[in-house]
Design a protein around this ligand. Structure first.
Ligand SMILES: [Fe+2]
Length: 391
């Protein structure tokens, strides 16, 4: 008697060369009743099968700063001795983080790209504009500068600088020490949507050979306009650049973020997120980018959050402190400058294991999931039952 299952598998082996796929039991797609499988051990796993594999799912991962940072020094070293510096022929001096689950693709989640960049004194990335939304999180004590739509932002450690879709921007380092920052972009998502383009034909005046845009706004103009929570100027159009639904505030200072977190430390906070702040578009109260949500959270000494999971992925940058995050049954210890990623639907909780504060910055693709009607979240209560946080 013909074994239909086996026959189907054989047929599939042939069909593969035509780039078609016959659905069979053995290569069942990654479909599971996520919300009913509430055990910690099942989290983050996908159904076995060819489709599940071919889809390439991001996995939980941590990049230790002490392991990856030496490569920056090596890049900088090459740049110092080069006749033509890498920033000229490769446009950037950086390495990109690759999620081990994504087969070498230059992305940390299905939506996000993350790079670590170094700028030597004198380096300039010429003025340009693009469709991906981007940010940089400054790791150096003094972090060079970024000019966006005529506003120059002098950066320092912990600063968050935004270059939304459709804003002209250039970066550089006119200090005396190399500067390092982390770039996060929604590049893979835009690429998937065939929506990536870049233009270097800045229509305004530039200065120097390096093609930097002229500074036409007062320093920290973002703060002048939007630096006071709850008050926004009526006479300035809340659109800078051609992007829609992106924040007109380009610059958050690390010192302000830390102060805001500190000012809330006596509050109970959220059982899943501790003392957490969400950065919002001051004109609309919505996420900074339509695709990505930015935030910062403080974990007080010894504080541990409860387990939570969401239909969104989150990238974390450790700004301060030491701790551990359990993700889908794996424990990842972290310290300053480490970067880690929590994929969609993995149970996770954070613990500050030190007797000092820990501060994490976050980037999440939750706004995108919300917009397409797919955002859900669950939490585990103290008695281990599961609460529907966003049903
Ligand atoms: Fe850019």
């Amino acid at each position: 008697m013909l074994d239909a299952r086996e026959a189907m598998e054989r047929l599939n082996a042939e069909a593969g060369r035509l780039n078609i796929w016959l659905r069979t039991q053995a290569n069942a797609p990654a479909q599971r009743p996520w919300f009913r499988e509430t055990g910690l051990e099942a989290s983050g796993q996908i159904a076995a099968g060819r489709v599940g594999t071919a889809q390439l799912k991001p996995v939980a991962h941590r990049w230790r700063w002490r392991e990856i940072a030496p490569y920056l020094d090596r890049i900088a070293e090459i740049a110092r001795g080069a006749d033509v510096s890498p920033i000229e022929f490769a446009e950037r001096q950086q390495f990109l983080l690759t999620n081990p689950g994504l087969g070498g693709r230059l992305q940390v989640t299905s939506t996000m790209r993350c790079a670590v960049s170094i700028y030597n004194p004198g380096d300039v990335a010429p003025v340009h504009i693009h469709t991906p939304n981007a940010s940089r999180t400054i790791l150096s004590d003094k972090g060079g500068y970024t000019t966006i739509e005529g506003e120059r932002c002098e950066a320092a450690r912990g600063d968050l600088i935004l270059t939304p879709n459709g804003t002209w921007h250039d970066h550089g380092n006119d200090g005396t020490e190399p500067v390092v920052w982390i770039d996060v972009l929604d590049f893979p998502l835009m690429e998937f949507l065939d929506c990536v383009w870049l233009d270097e034909g800045f229509p305004g005046e530039t200065q120097g050979n390096a093609r930097a845009q002229r500074v036409t706004r007062p320093s920290a103009y973002s703060h002048k306009l939007y630096g006071r929570g709850g008050m926004v100027p009526r006479f300035v159009p809340p659109r800078r650049g051609f992007g829609r639904e992106v924040t007109p505030m380009f610059y958050y200072r690390g010192i302000d973020i830390r102060e805001a977190l500190d000012g809330l430390r006596q509050e109970e906070g959220d059982p899943y997120e501790a003392i957490s702040l969400r950065f919002v578009n001051p004109a609309t109260g919505l996420s900074l980018f339509p695709t990505l949500d930015y935030g910062a959270q403080l974990l007080r000494p010894g504080e541990a959050t409860r387990f939570k999971r969401e239909t969104a992925s989150t990238l974390y940058v450790v700004i301060e402190g030491e701790g551990a995050t359990e993700i889908g049954g794996q424990r990842f210890e972290w310290q300053a400058n480490d970067i880690f990623v929590v994929p969609s639907f993995s149970w996770r909780r954070h613990c500050n294991i030190a007797d000092t504060d820990a501060v994490l910055y976050t980037v999440s693709d939750a706004p995108l999931l919300e917009k397409i009607g797919q955002y859900r979240a669950q939490g585990r209560l103290a008695d281990e039952t599961v609460a529907e946080l966003v049903p």
